[in-house]
Design a protein around this ligand. Structure first.
Ligand code: G6P
Length: 487
């Protein structure tokens, strides 16, 4: 049940909104467990699995009460949510309020008092569940914006625990954050942790500012003097992917064969451009389609020699903004295809579904140009997955400056996704890049992703957390003053 971090001897419990598996009801009426979508699960699953740890989370469907079970070498402790809790905590406060607010208001945040009440209640339920499973002195690692109140709620009950929190999404600047009617309560929820981790230094700085402004705490660098006399830290720990496992998958002969087959199925285009995202308004899919569509309108890219494959995995489908986005994306794809496709050879292949990991690796290998152009993104693991898979040192990455990954993948073709002309120019440069320059860029990015992989991330975070538990070293005794020479 316990996961031992490599840097501390304390057992660890992970608490995340989602379990690493979802219960899916099949047409036959039977149910089965499937891996959940999303970056968080992709990042943490290998960490927990390889260490045989405990994962506390929501099973992904409403109104099911499940006992703890074992899956994939992990001890799984489900937290049940009712249909109204899913509507008000998950779809409401987490994804209708916090998600748009924290992503620089790329969507419209809704401030609904009832959603806030339910968010509090669900956070309390998580804290109670963790309290029940955490052995004395455990490390508890709470994940992401859905559970920001858990650290303080847990500390009240269990002062013996060492509590870490990691925010996978951006933490906004004060001008944006300060609109949140519950800004003090959320900050104080996070201040219950010993270590609050963020993707980028800028996110940590935004949080430190919010903590000073809402809660009146004093900060020195990354250290916060808590009101209860406790010291805690807020710092950045950029998340990554399991680079070695992805590369191994990409290197399998079947993956390469599938990559070739995919290109053949697409009519062996001269240039295959790829986008892979959850269908989310933060991902900039419409902006990207606009840039690609204009390049076709202007004849600077010509189908069917150039093809865009856009994988858009279904996400949060009951939230209004996501339904609107889907309609707009599908209308835009339809318009581009209407204007530019030839019979049997669409200019844009739009795939609204998820694919197994091997199929994704084959797509990455097949793609000449990868477009990762979110308007705002905590990290974006797709960019790192692409780099990890390109052991052949081919392919070009067009990456938004507003993805956390841009802090590390400096050799990508960096773009401002709001600047359509800039994005068009970057796509053209990526399409035209010669093999030597492509390899040089890819090699540098691969070094980064291989060294700073998901294991490095987890160890760095857990190591920093463990250091906070070390007792302060005894101050050196003052040396006895030399006796004054007589005379
Ligand atoms: C992002 C969030 C995760 C979330 C994932 C999938 O990566 O940071 O917390 O799990 O998206 O979204 P979903 O709403 O399906 O959990």
């Amino acid at each position: 049940m316990a996961l031992l971090s490599s840097t501390s001897e304390r057992p660890v419990v992970v608490a995340a909104n989602r379990l690493p598996v979802d219960q899916v009801r099949l047409a036959s009426g039977a149910t089965e467990w499937r891996q959940s979508p999303g970056g968080l699960v992709a990042a943490l699953e290998p960490v927990v699995r390889s260490s045989g740890g405990t994962w506390v989370g929501w099973p992904g469907v409403a109104d099911v009460e499940l006992d703890a079970f074992e899956a994939g070498g992990m001890h799984i402790v489900p937290v049940g949510l009712s249909a109204s809790e899913v509507a008000e905590h998950y779809e409401g406060f987490a994804n209708g309020t916090l998600w748009p607010l924290y992503h620089d208001v790329t969507g419209q945040p809704v401030f609904e008092r009832r959603w806030w009440e339910t968010y509090r209640e669900v956070n309390r339920r998580f804290a109670v569940t963790v309290d029940a499973v955490a052995e004395p002195g455990s490390v508890v690692w709470v994940q992401d914006y859905q559970l920001q109140l858990v650290p303080a709620l847990l500390r009240e009950r269990r002062p013996d625990l060492l509590i870490g929190f990691f925010d996978h999404i951006p933490f906004p600047g004060w001008e944006i954050y300060s609109r949140l009617p519950w800004r003090r309560e959320v900050v104080e929820g996070l201040l219950g942790a010993d270590l609050v981790g963020f993707q980028r230094g800028a996110d940590a700085a935004n949080f430190l500012r919010a903590a000073r402004s809402t809660s009146g705490v004093v900060t020195r660098g990354s250290v916060i003097e808590g009101k209860d006399g406790r010291q805690l830290r807020a710092a950045s720990f950029p998340i990554s992917v399991d680079a070695a496992t992805l590369e191994e998958l990409a290197r399998q002969p079947e993956t390469l064969a599938r990559a070739k087959e995919l290109r053949a199925e697409l009519g062996d285009p001269g240039v295959l451009v790829l986008g892979v995202d959850r269908l989310d308004y933060t991902k900039g899919i419409l902006h990207r389609l606009r840039a690609f569509g204009e390049l076709l309108d202007e004849g600077r890219l010509e189908p069917p020699g150039v093809v865009l494959v856009q994988v858009a995995s279904p996400s949060r489908e009951r939230v209004d903004e996501y339904q609107r986005l889907r309609d707009e994306v599908e209308a835009t794809v339809g318009r581009i295809n209407g204007d530019h496709s030839v019979l049997g050879r669409p200019a844009v292949h739009y795939l609204h579904r998820t694919f197994p990991k091997q199929e994704m690796a084959a797509l990455y290998l097949a793609a000449d140009v990868m477009l990762v152009t979110p308007l705002r993104d905590g990290m974006n693991l797709v960019a790192k997955e692409y780099v990890a898979c390109r052991y052949d040192e081919r392919g070009a990455l067009v990456l938004s400056e507003f993805a956390g990954a841009a802090d590390e993948l400096r050799q990508a073709f960096l773009v401002n996704p709001w600047d359509v002309d800039g994005m068009k120019a970057a796509i053209l440069r990526a399409v035209a890049v010669g093999p030597a320059e492509a390899a040089r860029r890819m090699r540098a990015m691969r070094r980064r992703v291989r060294e700073f992989d998901v294991h490095h991330w987890a160890n760095a975070f857990l190591g920093a957390l463990a250091m906070l538990a070390e007792p302060e070293p005894e101050p050196e005794p003052e040396p006895e003053p030399e006796p004054e020479p007589e005379g």
